[in-house]
Design a protein around this ligand. Structure first.
Ligand code: GLY
Length: 326
């Protein structure tokens, strides 16, 4: 576990792609800005980066080639918002905040979430980049993918000529959603100079998912949970595993009962290991922070890195623990 100096702002993020967002958000905190603004600011930069294939613009699409985005933001049980299956707007975390600020609801989903965003002045944008479309084509061309049991029976027949005519021959190899070299949900936890904590979580979800699938990321208590009286946690990795144990809520509740951030994550990941039959590409990693900024990260498998950002800049580091190192 790592201790934070009082009043020093801190941004913790999942994955090594996070410095681009966290470095942009840190000046806001150093100027006395609020944790939630910084969390959403960091995530928004990452959502706008088309080279990150798991969040926002450039995210890998579902099995039918459509990109859909999920996100949530949170300060407290009575201060949270979420959107699921957004297909026309690049910044779901900011839309989630607008849901929180301007409606009596917590979560909006699907076309209606996009309609809400348009009414609120968010600009529509195509989310599928040529790179992501090529990755999808490669996946659709590979019989070992499309013949997998989970896709049989509903995946529409592939019209290879039509796909090729859109973007040319498939190229490039997607590394997969596995533990090595993967990029996944961005989860950000922030402590501001006023001693307030907040978080944001954003994803394009599992690559080539069944259309309509929603993972853990936009669900309060699964991909993210924050309570000023107990702490904050966020998750990345295979959403179904995180959802099944309400991962982020569990971590925060364990901290409320006295566990350290690392103990709380370890117990939560052990629950996943005990209650699921894990396969090789299953991975979950989590970050946790106390209300005073003590924090830790831990993953089920090797390959995960977190980014820690202070007034001195960002560092990409190994997690404090790995549950299944081999
Ligand atoms: N953790 C992201 C997802 O499964 O959608």
């Amino acid at each position: 576990m790592t201790k934070q100096q009082t009043n020093n702002p801190l941004i913790l993020s999942t994955w090594s792609f996070a410095p681009v967002g966290a470095d942009a958000a840190m000046p806001l905190l150093l100027a006395g800005g609020e944790a939630l603004d910084a969390a959403i600011g960091a995530v928004t930069v990452i959502e706008d980066d088309p080279t990150i294939h798991s969040v926002g613009v450039g995210g890998l699409p579902d099995a039918e080639g459509r990109v859909s985005l999920d996100a949530c933001v949170m300060e407290n049980p009575d201060r949270c918002g979420a959107v699921c299956n957004v297909q026309r707007h690049p910044n779901p975390a900011a839309i989630a905040r607008r849901v929180m600020d301007t409606t009596i609801h917590i979560t909006l989903a699907g076309d209606e979430a996009d309609d809400f965003a348009t009414r609120e002045g968010f600009v529509e944008r195509a989310l599928l980049t040529p790179d992501a479309q090529r990755e999808w084509q490669t996946w659709r061309h590979d019989p070992s993918n499309i013949n997998r049991e989970k896709y049989q029976g509903w995946l529409p027949p592939m019209n290879v000529e039509e796909m090729d005519s859109k973007v040319g021959a498939p190229g490039g190899v997607f590394a997969g959603d596995g533990p090595d070299g993967s990029h996944d949900t961005v989860g950000v936890l922030v402590l501001d100079t006023h001693g307030k904590i907040a978080g944001a979580c954003s994803t394009s979800g599992m690559a080539f998912k069944v259309p309509g699938r929603v993972g853990d990321s936009p669900i309060i208590g699964q991909g993210l949970y924050v309570d000023q009286t107990a702490g904050a946690a966020c998750a990345t990795g295979t959403g179904e595993l995180i959802s099944g144990v309400c991962g982020s809520f569990l971590v925060v509740e364990l901290m409320r009962r006295g566990a350290s951030p690392l103990e709380a994550i370890r117990e939560t990941l052990q629950r996943i290991i005990d209650r699921f039959t894990l396969v090789q590409d299953h991975q979950v990693a989590m970050l946790a922070m106390t209300p005073t900024g003590d924090w830790a990260s831990c993953a089920i498998r090797p390959g995960f890195h977190h980014t820690v950002t202070t007034s001195e800049g960002s560092k990409v580091e190994d997690p404090h623990g790995v549950m299944l190192p081999e």
